[in-house]
Design a protein around this ligand. Sequence first.
Ligand SMILES: [Zn+2]
Length: 73
Amino acid sequence: MTCHICGGVLQARHTTLPFKVGDDRIVIIKGLPVLQCGNCSEYVIEDAVMERVETILNGVDTTVELETLSYVA
Ligand SMILES: [Zn+2]
């Protein structure tokens, strides 16, 4: 799999990303497996991972403005 921006090689790695879940709510997920370009830092989240992220986001306490979670709970 190659980067859709620059054509560089995507490498599997773990990172921390913020997800906006409302007008003023952000959930930060740590240890997220992504494919990141070694050339331009563009990243891709695989469908299976994104589905798990959505499950995590759906289970978040809606009264909290900022929450940090681990991908592997
Ligand atoms: Zn790239």
